[in-house]
Unconditional design. Structure first.
Length: 131
């Protein structure tokens, strides 16, 4: 249906500055026509149906934003000094407890807590500097 409209209006192609914008405008106008049509007004939307069909997944826009934030956070973590980077990685990414990190690194538990606290502060400063 839309392709016929595009083909019919090809004679005005020389007047078109941006082909992409022209296609978008055709789509927008057709959507507006559909919203104004009587067939659309006769369709009853049931809000209960919409709440049951909502997906638990993130929208594509939110997924892109989340992945961008994760990449940014990972980059900031990699900028930390190694002794802070390793405790952050083990604690948050590998989800190990302080006791487990202490056993792996063969460092006192209190030292792990101190490094974790200092790493959080340094990471916060890095994140604020780049935002």
């Amino acid at each position: 249906m839309y392709s016929l409209l595009v083909i019919k209006n090809m004679k005005t192609l020389d007047k078109i500055v941006s082909f992409k914008a022209w296609i978008f405008r055709i789509t927008i106008n057709k959507c507006k026509d559909l919203l104004k049509s009587s067939i659309f007004k006769r369709v009853v939307t049931n809000s209960n149906l919409l709440t049951h069909t909502k997906s638990s997944e993130l929208s594509p826009e939110m997924a892109i934003m989340k992945s961008g934030e994760e990449v940014f956070l990972s980059t900031c973590v990699l900028e930390l000094p190694i002794k802070y980077r390793e405790v952050i990685t083990l604690y948050y990414y590998d989800e190990l407890s302080i006791e487990e990190i202490s056993e792996i690194l063969k460092i006192n538990r209190n030292t792990i807590k101190t490094r974790l606290n200092r790493a959080r502060k340094k990471l916060k400063a890095l994140l604020e500097r780049w935002r």
